[in-house]
Design a protein around this ligand. Structure first.
Ligand SMILES: Cc1cc2nc3c(=O)[nH]c(=O)nc-3n(C[C@H](O)[C@H](O)[C@H](O)COP(=O)(O)OP(=O)(O)OC[C@H]3O[C@@H](n4cnc5c(N)ncnc54)[C@H](O)[C@@H]3O)c2cc1C
Length: 421
């Protein structure tokens, strides 16, 4: 049994987290709250180093907010985020359908990744016994049932540290996962979709809002789509998702003129407000849509994967951070229940969260169709009918995921059982 006391007795760092992304930092807060001392290793040079081609803003749903609330950061989070109570669907003929999620308390929040990162980093290092080493890239882990030796490169020099417990929160390309797979019987799948994306800025010169700031905006275009979220500074960050090949791909839109003409014809309502020139858009990095599925999240009872390292899901339901934050809260609750016994908690985590990762991944892939489908019947008439006849037309998957207290597996089961709608 690996308990808090055992770890203290060795006089070593209690818990090492690999990766100071959003999930690693929230987990550090939770473990700090339980009284552990935590050391987080992060390969980025400092907190300001941008993560190449990461979405700049994120939609945080009540699932994510619940975990933020549990570490006492809800008020500060609200100060840095924009509440959204609706979805706005922009058709090509410039018609916009605004659809409220439901009652007034059904809100998602748009937040800049960097601001949320700053909040979690400050809270972890100020409020708890948490240290974060930037410019520290984990390169190997020697794992035995009793202890782990982590080697990392810090500012060009190789260093090691010993710890009883490791949490790999190092994202989709996780080194922790790679090293565990080399050493144990464990399977994982890494794949990518035939979709790439670029980020764009939508901005009015006089700094007023170009479109409704209380909504997530979607431009479904049969086969591709754009989605935009509001920022605190009255701009919108759009993500344009295109197929990786064909006429509507970035590789085909390979000149400033072509990309500008494409934006004007497909998104006539906001094209005049896109800040980047065609040339700038061409230079922007193109993101890949990747996914990861693991058959378990725990190794030798003392190494655990969470967040994207364990289950990178495609971004079509805006759930990656939300499920990652739920992971953190689950581990916190389980550690409390199991009197801080890591071995038992890690096993419970793996048993319960692995099916959740798989279900969330399936639901996110299904939602791709919802985003690209431009059929107004599905986008507008169905939600209206659903509101009129709630018992005949049950809520859709995205509503249940965002606003119902269901697990991802439960939502998947419910939508799989349906023959219609
Ligand atoms: C286009 C797009 C839009 C999205 N929109 C949303 C959204 O609206 N809502 C939502 O909930 N989710 C969204 N997501 C998903 C979300 O971005 C991810 O799920 C989330 O960032 C995962 O967080 P993480 O901390 O697990 O991993 P990461 O954010 O990848 O963090 C991992 C950290 O580990 C560090 N690291 C990696 N390797 C090492 C190493 N060897 N040593 C030390 N450190 C290392 C990295 O530098 C990084 O800081 C979106 C994703 C995409 C691609």
């Amino acid at each position: 049994m690996i308990t808090c006391q055992t770890l203290h007795a060795h006089g070593k760092v209690n818990v090492v987290i690999i990766g100071a992304g959003l999930v690693g930092l929230l987990m550090a807060n939770f473990l700090g709250k339980l009284g552990f001392s935590v050391h987080v290793l992060e390969k980025r040079i400092n907190a300001k180093t941008p993560d190449n081609c990461r979405t700049i803003n994120l939609s945080i749903s009540p699932r994510g907010l619940k975990a933020i609330r549990a570490v006492g950061l809800e008020m500060e989070f609200r100060d840095i985020s924009v509440p959204m109570d609706s979805r706005a669907i922009h058709l090509k003929n410039r018609l916009v359908y605004l659809k409220k999620y439901g009652n007034n308390s059904w809100l998602n929040y748009s937040v800049e990744r960097r601001q949320l990162h700053k909040l979690l980093l400050r809270s972890a290092t100020h409020n708890y016994n948490v240290s974060v080493s930037f410019d520290s890239e984990c390169i190997s882990i020697e794992n035995s049932p009793q202890k782990n030796k982590v080697s990392y490169i810090q500012a060009g020099e190789k260093r090691t540290l010993e710890t009883g417990v490791i949490i790999g929160a190092d994202g989709a390309n996780s080194i922790t996962r790679f090293l565990m797979a080399k050493n144990s019987l464990f399977n994982y799948k890494f794949g990518s979709l035939d979709v790439t994306y670029k980020e764009i800025t939508i901005k009015e010169e006089n700094e007023s809002w170009v479109i409704n700031p209380g909504a997530i905006h979607i431009w479904p275009r049969k086969g591709f789509f754009m989605v935009a979220l509001p920022n605190m500074n009255h701009t919108f960050r759009g993500s344009l998702f295109l197929p990786s090949m064909g006429d509507n791909s970035f590789s085909h839109l390979n000149s400033p003129q072509k990309i500008e003409a494409f934006l004007k014809s497909q998104f006539p309502d906001i094209a005049p407000f896109i800040k980047e020139s065609g040339d700038e858009l061409l230079q922007k990095p193109q993101g890949r849509v990747v996914k990861v599925e693991c058959d378990r999240y725990v190794f030798r009872n003392n190494v655990l994967l969470m967040g994207d390292a364990a289950h990178c899901i495609v971004p079509f339901m805006g759930q990656g951070v939300n499920i990652g934050f739920e992971d953190c809260q689950f581990l916190f609750d389980t550690l409390k229940e199991c009197s801080n016994d890591f071995e038992q908690s890690f096993q419970k985590f793996s048993d319960y969260r692995q099916p959740e990762g798989v279900a969330a991944s399936k639901l996110s892939e299904r939602n791709y169709k919802e985003l690209v489908d431009a059929d107004p019947l599905i986008k507008v008439v169905m939600p209206a009918l659903r509101q009129l006849f709630p018992s005949l037309i049950p809520p859709n998957a995205i509503t249940m995921v965002n606003f119902f207290d269901h697990s991802y597996s439960e939502v998947l089961r419910k939508v799989n059982r349906r023959r219609f709608f």
